[in-house]
Write a protein that binds this ligand. Structure first.
Ligand code: 2AM
Length: 179
């Protein structure tokens, strides 16, 4: 099973994000993320044996039980890589708590035998894949985001990433509430 730990967003936040995506659709072609798939990835574990899932759930529970809820500002639009077909994302404004949560999870997953991610954590919320831009990204209207301000993070979720006939689906398997 392809597993990652992520943060889900509330309906109001998803609505605002989808409005920004709507504006992006005016200047780009690509595979756009569906509203139900909007999330922020914390730790990506990759292929996990079903037998190891309960260890993953326990690790998430333990970290959640020692982490206070926090706020996250959904910030600027960005893209990578710089080639012709890009991933377009919304970045999170530097939240110390988010990075601390990521580090705590990484440490815990290291202890139960998962490889540490070499690349630095780059929190982003993917709006579109394989995107081809017809105009610069700064022409996208991001004003709906100012309406939602800070997103409160109160729980973390273990997701299974599946692809059925090319349609990506992220199934929540287990959630743990932060303090
Ligand atoms: P993406 O949106 O940039 O593709 C499920 O695939 C989630 O895990 C997505 O948020 C995806 O990020 C992320 N993801 C996929 N492969 C990854 C990897 N090797 N390292 C970190 N995150 C990854």
């Amino acid at each position: 099973m392809r597993i990652f730990i992520g943060i889900d967003f509330g309906e109001g936040q998803k609505e605002a994000i989808m409005k920004v995506q709507g504006s992006l659709r005016n200047i780009a072609q690509g595979r756009f993320t569906r509203a139900q798939n909007l999330h922020l990835t914390l730790n990506f574990l990759g292929e996990v044996d079903e037998a190891k899932l309960s260890d993953v759930f326990r690790a998430v529970d333990e970290v959640a039980a020692e982490t206070k809820f926090f706020s996250l500002a959904i910030g600027r639009l960005g893209q990578f890589p710089s080639g012709r077909k890009k991933i377009i994302w919304l970045g999170m404004e530097g939240s110390k708590e988010l990075y601390e949560l990521y580090d705590r999870l990484s440490e815990k997953f290291g202890k139960i035998g998962f490889m540490k991610e070499e690349r630095p954590y780059s929190p982003h919320l993917t709006l579109a894949r394989e995107a081809k831009l017809e105009k610069p990204l700064d022409t996208v209207d991001v004003s709906p985001l100012s309406g939602i301000g800070m997103a409160e993070v109160t729980e973390i979720t273990v997701f299974e990433s599946t692809s059925r006939s090319g349609v990506l689906e992220y199934l929540p398997l287990h959630s743990a509430k932060l303090l």
